[in-house]
Design a binder for this molecule. Structure first.
Ligand SMILES: [Fe+2]
Length: 430
């Protein structure tokens, strides 16, 4: 495509530029729609150091567009407020100093109205920039625009996981939304095993569509034959582990797991509550009876690993998961399905629930692939500096936004973390 066909003329946008604006608006609007059911008070409070307030998520995602795109690319752009770089920089040492993460809930100011104006002003400037940017800068710009939009989608998921944690700490267990559907609790099909041959295979992102730097390069791995379970471990299956004394039997647990159980007083997944009426589970729709057929969620790697040992199996590696997922469409119970909660298996086999419902813990450390190169520039710190002591999760969850998941996608959290929509499936040697 030549330069002449790409740049906008007057008020007429080229299809490529109009598509970029449409996508920008689509992603930015989703954030506001997700925040809409929340009161101003809901949006300020921080329930723990790992979770950020909704208002902070809305401001931080805006700050990234302002910092990475508007300041470098829009001639004459004046930053919205010089204080915001300090308040809403998350972890970019190269960009500058930042406010302490555990104290984000203290930011009653700037007000919600000020953050709404911040978003609107940055959006207007971004649309001007997309329309008027010189062709010679377009490719570099759109690479960063893609990153900014995917970054905002990551924060959409975090907005929901973080608000769920906050509302769970309220003794009245308020719902994020009262109108969320209640899934049937039918029987799941019996567990079956999918056999994979292994050999010298390739995993990782090979280029083309957007991917985060940590998904590349595509590379060879040697894979022994393995087996992967046909569906996610359910609440009912996990309850059997609990009722068999699973949490108190040291034989199932890694050393780190035993101390996490002792220190955290863990007796069940994070949002389960035992009442006179039996087990209940808190979700974005409030406190509801535990659905035994739905996938277990909000378990740590340590709990998933203990369950797998109890069951006589193991967790998959990320290569095993990716090899199995690669031929499948990235579809399932994702954010746009509107459940905002894991649901019982809707598939027909032989390999169901690979995408959506819950992020699946793997036993693989989040480390660089051979030949990994971070993105260049201000966002070089995006993933690379987190490549120690965390484990990879795959497949997205019931709050993963539209178009944001693929077989090569690597999410990562620390082994004891439980506030994400994290579950697992079993694997076995072939
Ligand atoms: Fe971020």
């Amino acid at each position: 495509m030549t330069a002449h066909t790409r740049q906008s003329a007057g008020n007429i946008l080229t299809p490529e530029r109009q598509a970029a604006i449409d996508r920008y608006r689509f992603v930015r609007n989703w954030t506001e729609e997700l925040a809409a059911p929340l009161s101003p008070e809901d949006q300020v409070v921080q329930s723990m150091a790992d979770a950020s307030p909704t208002k902070w998520h809305r401001a931080h995602t805006t700050w990234l567009f302002e910092t990475v795109l508007l300041k470098p690319y829009l001639a004459g752009y004046q930053e919205h407020d010089p204080a915001y770089a300090f308040l809403y920089n998350s972890y970019y040492e190269g960009i500058g100093p930042r406010f302490t993460r555990p104290d984000r809930g203290l930011l009653s100011r700037p007000s919600g109205d000020q953050i709404r104006k911040y978003r609107n002003d940055v959006d207007a400037s971004m649309e001007t920039l997309i329309a008027e940017l010189d062709d010679s800068k377009w490719d570099a710009f759109t690479a960063l625009l893609d990153l900014g939009l995917n970054h905002e989608q990551q924060h959409q998921e975090l907005l929901l996981t973080d608000i769920k944690h906050l509302l769970s700490r309220n003794p009245t267990f308020p719902a994020y939304r009262d109108d969320l559907p209640v899934a049937d609790s039918g029987e799941n099909p019996p567990l079956e095993w999918n056999d994979f041959e292994g050999g010298v295979v390739e995993i990782g992102h090979g280029g083309g569509e957007f991917a985060f730097d940590c998904e590349a390069p595509r590379h060879k791995v040697y894979q022994d034959p393995f087996r992967l379970a046909s569906h996610l471990v359910t609440n009912g299956e996990y309850l059997a582990f609990m009722e068999d004394g699973g949490y108190s039997d040291y034989r199932h647990w890694l050393w780190l797991g035993r101390s996490a159980v002792a220190e955290g007083g863990w007796e069940s997944p994070l949002y389960w509550l035992k009442t006179d009426d039996g087990w209940q589970e808190f979700g974005l729709g409030g406190l509801r009876p535990l659905n035994l057929s739905a996938p277990v969620a909000h378990v740590s790697f340590l709990e998933a690993d203990a369950y797998a040992r109890w069951a006589g199996h193991r967790l998959p590696t990320e290569a095993e998961w990716e090899l199995a997922a690669a031929p499948l469409p990235p579809a399932g119970n994702l954010l746009e399905s509107g459940n905002l909660h894991p649901v019982p298996n809707q598939g027909s086999g032989p390999l169901d629930q690979m995408f959506g419902d819950v992020w699946e813990w793997t036993q693989s450390p989040f480390v660089p692939y051979p030949g990994f190169r971070p993105i260049e520039g201000a966002v070089a710190e995006y993933n690379g500096k987190f490549m120690a002591s965390q484990l990879v999760l795959r497949g997205g969850s019931c709050v993963t936004p539209p178009g944001h998941i693929r077989a090569t996608y690597r999410n990562f959290f620390y082994p004891p973390d439980r506030w994400q929509f994290s579950g697992f499936r079993l694997a076995s040697d072939g």
